[in-house]
Design a protein around this ligand. Structure first.
Ligand code: IMP
Ligand code: MG
Length: 181
């Protein structure tokens, strides 16, 4: 028995697997070029949504990297941002004077990105802090913030796949899709 009230047959593809993988080639190159070659990069994967994006991105890096994982929840089971950020696990090593890359799945209202950026600047004093988001819903922004890099700008529609979920489902899809109204 599934708790799911959406049918995958109704899902429309917004960004194909191939388009995502092509974009990662460009993104990874641009990101690496922004850090000195001889320095480690601490890659911070923001769970759960960034799991696919972050995994595929780091495979393309030739720098020495360390991977860290933090977990934040903002959506609950709804398709609208709740403005209610829940920090579930922010455990990190000392990142003072380190090169840090925060990897997010999507920037919607911008509240999560703002929270994370402030947190890192206040608590960790990295040498260099860059932020990458696969998707960017510029039109849904409530606080003024832009990532240093992003893959695709999308309209203000709720998307799933490639790590992004609806009620915990659809994270395993290799593409990004949406349910038309
Ligand atoms: P923000 O704080 O409103 O920018 O929301 C950021 C988080 O909400 C993202 O990291 C996602 O986990 C989630 N989110 C925002 N938009 C979507 C969407 O269209 N589909 C699935 N999750 C989303
Ligand atoms: Mg997220």
């Amino acid at each position: 028995m599934t708790m799911l009230d959406k049918d995958i047959a109704d899902l429309k593809v917004l960004i194909t697997e191939d388009e995502i993988q092509q974009k990662l080639n460009i993104l990874s190159r641009n990101i690496e070029n922004s850090f000195s070659t001889d320095e480690d990069i601490y890659v911070i994967c923001v769970l759960k949504g960034s799991v696919m994006f972050c995994s595929d991105l780091v495979k393309r890096f030739s720098h020495n990297i360390q991977m860290e994982f933090i977990r934040i929840s903002s959506y609950g089971n709804e398709t609208k941002s709740t403005n209610n950020l829940q920090a579930i696990d922010l455990t990190l090593p000392n990142l003072d004077d380190k090169n840090v890359l925060i990897v997010e799945d999507i920037i919607d209202t911008g509240l999560t990105a703002r929270f994370l950026t402030d947190l890192f600047k206040i608590k960790h004093h990295p040498k260099k802090l860059l932020f990458v988001s696969l998707l960017n819903k510029k039109c849904a922004r409530q606080v003024e913030i832009e990532p240093d890099f992003y893959g695709f700008e999308i309209d203000d529609k709720f998307v799933v796949g490639y790590g992004l979920d609806y009620k915990g489902y659809f994270r395993n899809l290799p593409y990004i899709g949406y349910f038309p109204n």
